[in-house]
Design a protein around this ligand. Structure first.
Ligand code: C2E
Ligand code: CA
Ligand code: CA
Length: 685
């Protein structure tokens, strides 16, 4: 989704008005060239057709002379006859073998200076757009006409257009005289004079057509230009909307990513250290509930304007959601550590409540700001002073999102209601560890690196073994012994925990079935099923099938649900619990009393076992109120027909107390720590 957004933003930013104008000018030039070429082409076509006509007539005349002479007529006589005909060349000269003109009508051909074409090589017109002074590069039968001159003459001739309109169009603009040389027979050659005339009207037609074309081009180019510029302007408008926060009117999250990226990678800030600060106004929702949404939004705007007023060049701020803000701060101190910026960031955050109260003195709701909780986490990006820092700020790999996550991690590490924290090495190590675990887990499951440890459960008075809990231990060939606290949260986040649960259920069932077959007096062993697993609608069938792989009655496997699972879909949970019990499994509620009240769940769910959370037995002074709560919990469980297990019991007096309260089982270090299966085996009868 975010990647889509980035490409959309990139696309929207890509249109440039200057680029469009350049394109427009270019297309105008292109149009002008097309128009000029149209004029040239039209003129050239009409000129060339006139040449063809002239050659055709001339050939006819020469054929006629030839025939007359062959019929014995005198060539002077023939010329006289031709002269009075209607369609005839301007002049004809007849030359003998030595190329001396021996007869002619009209002008006698000057064979030294005249432009002569052979009858079989019709000339062709080259129309030139530039003024070419000499014709040296012309081919034998080429004629070059200079278009600009012609147009200029035409233009000049049209000055008097009003007085003498028709005349101008009839006027000759250009005349070109040439002779065509045609052999009559072996003794005589005919030279016929022709002229190519270009009239005003020839130019006018070409120019008119070209002008229409030109107007069409210009109009469509302008229309295109306006449309594109209009599009760019509206895109800019939408881009602004896309990047702005509807509440504060400032930048939003996407804008932050863009701006931060631009600044951090900007060449002029190479020597600057940057900090990303993830700031949140805790319990913003509560504030809105108390004072109303309008006041809430006013508060958000106030915070943003104060943050903004603290910014220097190369810095930026955005509200990203609710009461969460991201800040990019910068320092010119060439320092590899974050002290300077951390001090400044902390000061900005610390000053917020006071400044907020100052901008809105009369507002009663803001006077409650003393109770406002602000948490801020910071991630420092050192200046480009070594290879490592350079790599971190490389345009290709820099991810603002990741930096924000790190600032967020620092914020998440704050345990108090308010505070300021800089991302540190421990967080970094945690991150490394998490990715390591994610890389290793699948393989570890295949390689059976997970081992089932069992913690026995004893009767507090008789000290008889009544059950056990299967607890996972990871014995990694590279990392050594890993306790569940180090990987279960990661498995839960990635969803891998369901695979581990399956593994533990199957392995526990296997162990139990082997002990049973060996004639041991086995007792139920409970297995933890994590909350994530309850999304599966067929969880009960799934567990049944896992256990059914081994010859073991289901009553020897107990399923532990954690209290938090009871907050999800209650009906689905109820169905699953019923089904599990139907299949013969016992179901227990783990960690009872650790989270929010689960008394309600006890009402609805007919569970078999209640496991009192270890927290009840922590601390030096168990007794007094603690004892009252525990004893009431036990009697509640009894009344609901549930057995009760006390977890985390380490002290003799606690065991004695629980024995006195008729607690069914104790699972704690007092009796035994979780142990490998073979050690547990020895404790069975
Ligand atoms: P839990 O299910 O509440 O397990 C009881 C934890 O309390 C175990 O920690 C056990 O070693 C510890 N414990 C028992 N008695 C005492 C005592 O007297 N004093 C102290 N200080 N601790 C005691 P462990 O084995 O480290 O497991 C921690 C948690 O990890 C478990 O809490 C459970 O939530 C999770 N976990 C362990 N194994 C599995 C598993 O196979 N699957 C799942 N989903 N979660 C597991
Ligand atoms: Ca448990
Ligand atoms: Ca527990």
């Amino acid at each position: 989704m975010r990647n889509n957004m980035e490409t959309t933003i990139k696309k929207m930013k890509s249109g440039s008005i200057i680029g469009q104008i350049a394109l427009f000018v270019l297309s105008l030039c292109g149009s002008a060239i097309v128009v000029a070429m149209v004029i040239v082409a039209l003129t050239a076509v009409s000129m060339n057709s006139r040449f063809s006509e002239a050659f055709f007539t001339t050939n006819k005349t020469v054929e006629r002379i030839k025939a007359d002479i062959e019929n014995g007529k005198d060539y002077n006589k023939v010329l006289e006859l031709i002269q009075i005909e209607e369609k005839r060349p301007l002049a004809i000269s007849i030359a003998n073998k030595k190329d001396n003109v021996i007869a002619h009508y009209g002008e006698a051909a000057n064979l030294k200076t005249a432009k002569i074409f052979n009858y079989d090589e019709e000339p062709f017109v080259q129309i030139s757009l530039e003024s070419v002074p000499d014709d040296s590069d012309l081919e034998e039968n080429e004629i070059r006409i200079n278009m600009p001159n012609m147009v200029r003459e035409f233009y000049e001739s049209t000055r008097g257009l009003n007085e003498n309109a028709t005349q101008v169009f009839q006027d000759e603009l250009f005349t070109y005289n040439y002779w065509i040389k045609s052999p009559i027979n072996d003794d005589y050659t005919a030279y016929t004079k022709n002229e190519l005339v270009i009239y005003g009207k020839d130019c006018a037609i070409a120019i008119a057509i070209a002008a229409i074309l030109g107007v069409v081009f210009v109009i469509s180019s302008f229309a295109g230009l306006f449309r594109t510029i209009g599009n760019i302007i509206s895109q800019r408008y939408y881009l602004r909307l896309l990047l702005s926060d509807p509440i504060t009117g400032g930048n939003n999250e996407f804008a932050f990513e863009q701006n931060a990226f631009k600044n951090i990678t900007h060449i002029i800030y190479k020597k600057s250290g940057f900090a990303i600060v993830d700031l949140s106004l805790e319990k913003y929702q509560n504030y809105c509930t108390l004072y109303g949404v309008d006041e809430g939004e006013k508060l958000l705007k106030g915070i943003e304007s104060i943050l903004k007023s603290n910014l220097h060049s190369g810095e930026t701020v955005s509200r990203v959601s609710g009461g969460n803000y991201l800040l990019l701060l910068r320092t010119d101190k060439i320092s590899i550590d974050e002290k300077g910026l951390a001090g400044r960031a902390k000061a900005i955050v610390d000053s917020l409540p006071e400044k907020l109260a100052a901008i809105d003195k009369d507002n009663s709701s803001l006077s409650g700001l003393g109770n406002i909780h602000l948490k801020a986490g910071m991630y420092y990006i050192p200046p480009v002073i070594n290879e490592d820092a350079k790599k971190r700020r490389d345009k290709k790999t820099l991810s603002i999102k990741n930096l924000c996550i790190k600032a967020g991690m620092a914020k998440g590490a704050i345990t108090e209601d308010s505070g300021f924290m800089v991302y540190n090495h421990d967080m970094w190590e945690k991150e490394i560890w998490e990715s390591k675990v994610e890389d290793m887990m699948e393989e570890a499951l295949i390689n059976e690196e997970f081992q089932v440890y069992i913690q026995p459960k004893y009767h507090p008075a008789t000290e008889e073994l009544l059950g056990g809990e299967a607890l996972v231990r990871w014995i990694s060939p590279t990392e050594g012994f890993i306790s569940p606290g180090q990987f279960i949260p990661i498995f839960e986040r990635t969803g891998f925990v369901t695979k581990l649960d399956d593994y533990m259920i199957a392995h526990t069932a296997k162990l139990q079935s082997e002990w049973l077959a060996a004639g041991k007096e086995i007792v139920p062993i409970s297995v933890n099923v994590s909350r994530a697993h309850f999304a599966k609608p067929d969880l009960a069938e799934h567990i049944r099938d896992l256990v059914a792989q081994y010859p073991l009655p289901n009553k020897y496997i107990e399923i532990e649900l954690t209290e938090s699972a009871f907050f999800d879909d209650k009906n689905a949970l109820l169905t699953t619990v019923h089904k599990l019990q139907e299949y013969g499994f016992e179901v227990s509620m783990d960690d009872f009393g650790s989270g929010y009240s689960s008394l309600n769940s006890l009402k609805d769910l007919p569970l078999n076992v209640l496991k009192l959370d270890a927290e009840f037995f922590r601390g030096e002074d168990f007794g007094g109120r603690g004892e009252i709560v525990v004893s009431e919990a036990i009697s509640l469980a009894k009344k609901l027909d549930m057995r009760i297990v006390a977890e985390g019991v380490e002290k003799k007096e606690q065991v004695d107390f629980l024995a006195g309260q008729n607690c069914d089982m104790i699972q704690g270090y007092y009796f035994a720590k979780p142990m490998p299966a073979n050690e547990y085996e020895e404790r069975m009868k």
